[in-house]
Ligand binder design. Structure first.
Ligand SMILES: [Zn+2]
Length: 501
């Protein structure tokens, strides 16, 4: 068979896989945004059927043959990257039976419904059976994929290929040790009080939308909706959707969620979908890299002094005369206060929430922590790590949707994202020293263009650490993040990083 014909057949197959994937995404988006409660069981069947169909296509021996023919041919860089990425997916998928995939998808849909119900009734026991089932299936799946490695390592491969449990333990340890002196120094200063003004949902909606548009999200190829747990989904060319959640009592809570999801969506909109359709490469290089884009906009830009100058200038148009000024916005966004909720956390204590989840997940995987005793284990971890006691299970272990989707091993990607974002920001400072002056004027297009060139346009051509090395010269560094946090929060609280010995 000639290579050109093999390539055309391969692209047609991968293109169909991409379309099936986007239908899965659409069903999931609809479930979280529109689906009536009564439709849950039917949605679980729909999602299971699409997922089974996609799995059958992905494991079709004909795709295996095409991959073999192409692997032996001389290919260009895009073609060979495509074959590398699809080979990995094919090998991974052929080791998991279609029945197991369908069981997992069904459990995910049920898990999500039970999680909603458990949150409404503040009763973990309503979610516990689903969580146990999802854990069992995750372990079964990981062992089918690679029984020689730990379940957690196999899980990490899904989200951030190239990292492993041991490397993460070490990274989290050095980050934890680096954060403690900053937290101590801040705790020795006068606390910044929370600002109690209530802002209407309508006013906040229009302010949030203004920020989304200023950052550069193309709403003719995207949507902004509202859901219990904010998320982003790229549904293919010209269709990237984000959701957010607003809180009348906390302007920053809604804004930071919106900016976070906008960062994800800008990455999705910058992927070369039209040119690379059917290659599997028009995707984020890893979820950690995806999180770096959300964190870059949410934190590095969205909590900066320069951004607050601009936000303060437009806020009265949307919020009226009670709108906070730049000083107050900067304080509200960067006030360090250890709390129980991850998505409301300040930049300094945020990673402690991730370390807690990482350790709890490892405990669940190894069987050291039983699902039934998880509420106690959670509270104990939070007492130790953050010195707080969540008020009830909804503000505790039911706060995140990830486990309801069976996404064990995802949380470390958030910290990897923070580290990548800090490295990118330090590179941007070097290459575009005046970029914060543009931010202050509400001009973000040069920054977006830079991210498009450095990260977005490369899709999955390289693995995330390789791509980061090509941009900043290193995979990730705890030091850039610590520098950034000392710089911003040290300035706000009037504390300085002690000189290292
Ligand atoms: Zn995110």
């Amino acid at each position: 068979m000639d290579i050109e014909r093999a390539w055309d057949e391969y692209v047609a197959t991968v293109s169909e896989l991409e379309t099936l994937g986007s239908i899965e995404g659409l069903l999931a988006w609809d479930q979280q945004v529109n689906l009536p409660v009564g439709g849950g069981a039917n949605r679980a069947r729909q999602a299971a059927l699409i997922s089974r169909t996609r799995h059958l296509r992905l494991t079709d021996p004909r795709l295996g043959e095409l991959l073999e023919i192409l692997s032996e041919a001389e290919l260009g860089p895009v073609q060979s990257a495509s074959v590398r990425v699809m080979n990995r997916q094919y090998r991974r998928a052929t080791r998991v039976s279609a029945e197991l995939v369908a069981a997992f998808t069904h459990a995910q849909a049920e898990g999500f419904q039970q999680w909603i119900s458990a949150r409404q009734h503040a009763d973990f026991s309503l979610f516990a059976p689903s969580l146990k089932r999802l854990l069992e299936l995750t372990i079964e799946q990981a062992q089918a994929i690679d029984s020689t490695r730990s379940v957690y390592d196999v899980q990490l491969d899904i989200f951030d290929p190239g990292t492993n449990t041991a490397a993460l333990r070490e990274m989290f340890e050095s980050l934890h040790q680096g954060l403690l002196p900053l937290l101590d120094a801040i705790q020795g200063q006068t606390p910044i009080e929370q600002h109690g003004t209530i802002f209407s949902v309508e006013g906040q909606r229009s302010l949030n939308l203004a920020v989304v548009e200023a950052f550069g999200l193309d709403l003719s190829s995207g949507r902004l909706d509202y859901s219990e747990h904010p998320f982003t989904v790229g549904l293919g060319q010209g269709d990237v959707r984000i959701t957010t959640r607003l809180d009348t009592h906390s302007l920053m809570a809604g804004l930071s969620a919106t900016m976070h999801e906008t960062g994800h969506a800008l990455y999705e909109q910058g992927l070369p979908r039209a040119t690379w359709q059917g290659t599997g490469l028009a995707q984020a290089a890893s979820l950690g890299l995806h999180e770096s884009q959300s964190r870059f906009w949410e934190n590095y830009i969205g909590r900066s002094r320069a951004f607050m100058e601009w936000l303060g200038s437009i806020a009265p148009v949307h919020l009226g005369s009670k709108a906070p000024d730049a000083d107050l916005l900067f304080q509200m966004a960067n006030r360090v206060h250890a709390g129980a909720i991850r998505i409301h956390a300040d930049e300094v204590s945020y990673n402690l929430h991730i370390i807690a989840r990482f350790e709890l997940e490892l405990g669940m995987m190894s069987g050291d922590i039983e699902v039934d005793s998880l509420p106690e284990a959670w509270n104990e971890k939070y007492r130790k790590m953050l010195g707080v006691q969540p008020h009830g299970v909804t503000a505790g272990l039911l706060q995140d949707v990830h486990w309801a989707h069976g996404m064990f091993g995802y949380f470390p990607s958030y910290t990897l994202g923070n580290l990548y974002a800090a490295s990118l920001a330090s590179k941007l400072k070097e290459e575009m020293p005046t970029h914060m002056e543009s931010v202050q004027k509400g001009e973000f297009s040069d920054i977006l263009i830079w991210l498009r060139e450095q990260i977005h346009s490369h899709g999955r051509l390289m693995e995330a650490p390789e791509l980061m090395r090509s941009v900043v010269g290193e995979g990730y560094s705890v030091e850039h993040l610590l520098d950034h946090l000392w710089d911003r929060h040290g300035g706000l609280y009037g504390v300085q990083r002690p000189a290292s010995d």
